[in-house]
Structure formats: C-alpha cells, structure tokens
Design a protein around this ligand. Sequence first.
Ligand code: FAD
Length: 305
Amino acid sequence: MNQFRFSRRPDIGDKVRVSFEFFPPKTDEMEARLWDTVTRLEPLKPKFVSVTYGAGGSTRERTARTVKRILNETTLTPAAHMTCVDAARHEVDAVVREFAEMGVKRFVALRGDPAAGVGTAYRPHPDGYANGAELVGALKGAGDFDISVSAYPEKHPESPDFATDFDMLKRKADNGATRAITQFFFDNDLYERYVEKARRAGIYIPIVPGILPVHNFTQVANFSARCGALVPAWLAERFEGLQNDPQTHALVASAVAAEQVLDLVERGVSDFHFYTMNRADLVFAICHMIGIRSHETEVAGSAAA
Ligand code: FAD
C-alpha cells in the first residue's frame, strides 16, 4: 500500500523536486486564473515553471508577456517553450534573443506539431530548424541555457518505431539538452521500461516524468487519443459516472495522481513536471502528499501542533 511505503520515508519532500507547466492565457478571465494559480503554487518553490508556446508562434506575444511577468513579479524561474513550426531559423533565433534579453535562462525546445494539425505530415520550414535536436543545437550555440526537451514513453505518434524516437532523443541529448520531460502517461511500468531502454541506447540525461492531473476525464481521454497516450481501463473505471459530479471527480483525480507519483517516488524518481492546466488545487494537493509544503503550510502546521 502506497501510504505505508510513504510513511516509512518522512524525509521524502527534501529529495523530491518539482516543476510546473502553464499555458499563456487568452482572455482577462484566464489571465486572472493563471495568476491565482501562480500565486498559490509559488511558495512550493518549484525548480522552474515553464510557459508553453503555440505552434507557428501563435502565442509568441502571450508567452513572452507571461514569462516577463513571472520574471518581474515572482521569485520563480521561468522556462520558455520554443517551437520550430512555420518559422525560419532567423525568426526563431530572434525570439530566443528576445527571451535571453529579458533574463530567461531556461528553454523547453520542441519541434512542434504540424501546422496542418496533429496526424498530418510535418513539413519543416525550408529555412527552419527541422526538429527538436536542431533547435537544441541552435540554443546551445546562442548561450549557456538550461534546455529541456520532450520524450515519449509510448512513442511519438509520427515515429515509425521506438528506435527512431531514441535516435532523436539521443541527438537532442548530444546537442546539449539538460533533461527530457515526458509526455504524460498513466502506466508507470511504461515509463520505467522507457527509461531503461533510453539508458541502453546511451541516453543519460534525466528523463523527468510529466504528470497530468485529470481535471476533466473526458477531455483527457480525447487528448490522449490524439497524442498516443494510453488511457488504461482502470483509469476510465475510476472516473466512470463522475461527469456531473465535479467534487468527487477532483477527489478521485487527486488520489489517482498522488498514487502515481508516490509509486514513482518508490521506484526512485525524484523530479516531477506537472502539467497544471493553469489550475492549482490538484497540483497543490499532490505536492503536499509528496512532502512539498509551502512555508505558510509549515507555519500553520507548527502553530497547530
Ligand atoms: P522532435 O523531438 O523533433 O521529434 C519527436 C519524435 O517524432 C522523434 O522522436 C521522431 O521519432 C518523430 N519525428 C519527428 N519528426 C518526424 C518526421 N518528420 N517524420 C517522422 N517522424 C518524425 N507543442 C507546442 O506546440 N508547444 C509547446 O509548448 C509544447 N510543449 C511540450 C512540452 C512537452 C514536455 C512535450 C512532451 C510536448 C510538448 N509539445 C508542445 C508537443 C510537441 O510539440 C509535439 O509532440 C510535436 O509533435 C513534436 O515535437 P518534439 O519536439 O517532441 O519533436
């Protein structure tokens, strides 16, 4: 039972590090929700927080504005996502310079999804970076940046086989990536096997699990189908019948994610990247369970003791 394994290791919070992913808000209302989330999660002192970048640079300004605000108004360290879709090299390089001048030292370097949509063939810009590995090389040449890249425990949907995927991940590592962050997954065995295979393929950078708390099971199931992530039958069963019961849905989601993370801790994983969907509650609860507490929580806890 996870809770017994966990209670034997009370120092766990000292060993676990987390990072959080946000997306740039589109509306004033979404912006307010993002900043509530950032404010709530900031005291957990994540290693970094990343801000996604729309394919084709569609969110360039919003990503930049969000990153700038994080730099100026919080104690957090931002990482800017970058993609290569529909952009010439000089355009990508200019965005990198813009971020660097702002004070950004971390990037998440991605090729991005095909401009015509997931499932269509990817066509690199004729003067652009063709894939994640080429972008990593360009970033490394532009400065001493911390660079995260993507990894796919269930294989990238466009990739013919795992060997092609590992070849790309190795190229990204060889070009200077600091760590890989995985696509979300729900079966920890898949992740563990993937990491073992990566090591055998000569890839030694940390492969940080990307954890997606299930805010809305129906949406997650649809999204998983598009990005090739398996939704196990047991997961569907847990959320069955909860579409119109948001409170129970949230309780179950928190239990599911905590179970997944605690099991990974038990398997020796110490770094986690949370896809927050710009919502704090589930992530905050899961962090609490793995021993990551805000200063305020500790103070409140010791006052009550
Ligand atoms: P790469 O690392 O270049 O390639 C991934 C795999 O696809 C390779 O291993 C290779 O096997 C295969 N592949 C690549 N090119 C081809 C090709 N031409 N033909 C056949 N196979 C090929 N998307 C966004 O738009 N914005 C974001 O901010 C963003 N953030 C992400 C963060 C994380 C942690 C992850 C895991 C994904 C993110 N994505 C984001 C999604 C990502 O852009 C897509 O999955 C995209 O399809 C691949 O980008 P990549 O960098 O993984 O590609």
